[in-house]
Design a protein around this ligand. Sequence first.
Ligand code: PMP
Ligand code: GLN
Length: 387
Amino acid sequence: MSRTIRSKLPNVGTTIYTVMSQLAVDTGAINLGQGFPSFEPPAELRDRISFYLNNGTNQYAPMTGIPALREAIAGKTRQLQGRKVDVDSEITVCTGATEGLFSAIQAVVHAGDEVIVLDPAYDSYEPAVTLAGGVTRHVPLGIAENGHDFGVNWQRLSDTINANTRLIILNFPHNPTGAILSTTDLEQLAEIVRDTDCLLLSDEVYEHIVFDEEPHRSLLGHDELWERTLVVSSFGKTFHATGWKLGHCIAPAALSREFRKVHQFTTFAVSTPMQHGVADFLVSHPEFYRALPGFYQEKRDRFCGLLKASRFHFQPARSTFFQIVDYGEISQENDLSLAKRWTKEIGVASIPLSVFCETPFTGTRLRFCFAKDDATLEEAAERLCAL
Ligand code: PMP
Ligand code: GLN
């Protein structure tokens, strides 16, 4: 019997990360597309996890996360953002940031609610909003509007808010542009939402990768904003372990309560030995995440230094492990087709920006991931400089 499946996500295809990684594998290209490091998580952290794996912690963890990990996260949050969060009622361990974002959106968005995202927007937000019955409204960052800067147009954001706006999703440090928030940005955001019912969802997975001596300005650090915010982060970027899918959501108790109602039926609980190992390492080796900005800044500087000899134009990224380049001097081809062509022809995979934007995006920009060993960066840069 043939049946018509009525898709709940008719406009969604396979993610650009999967498409470009598969193309890189098929063509043997250097993969600077999908964001993942070419190096391993610290040996001591892996040892701790294998210790727990072999010592009887292999059954369900508590739904909210093991206490030791929630305590370690609370300690770090107090130290770095000055926010004292309640270990029992305000922190939930989740299956990577992806699950945290999905659960948060399902928890607070009702059918017909509007949700604002900033373009270029990480690709998991809109499908989650659609599945919740919400409507996504896109506000372009500077890059999508004028191709020059990456700032938030606060006036435009404010103009987009109406009585139906339920949630604003922010992502700073920003993937893919590397934009970060200033203290003025936070104040403007506070002013815009002050007299509204808008909640905030802050995706801060690159919290430990901010360059040039800038601090990470989390929404957790802002007294007024914190009261209406769910902050989602991930250990994937922090510990060079994107395959572990271990993240967390920090939110005031009332919001965490709603978050947990969804989380408990999305995954219930997260891998137990993983949580124990990360809890130990967070407490015993804070120097690891403290050294991360310097570690990645060196990668950024190396990659940008190598690309100086190319015909790309770029501003060094201010955060994350991604570098945006403008290829306008080399080609006017559409970014998606060019990214695919260069993967096949020169053997370097990248990510086009237009797929993260609602409005037709005519910019000539690609994203390269520089979380790679030096030899890989050198080989890729040599190919890119020959263009
Ligand atoms: N948000 C952003 C901005 C990301 O770049 C990523 C990819 N790592 C995620 C969320 C998902 O994180 P995770 O792998 O922990 O699910
Ligand atoms: N966050 C990673 C990136 O931006 C990829 C995540 C994924 O593959 N879904 O490249």
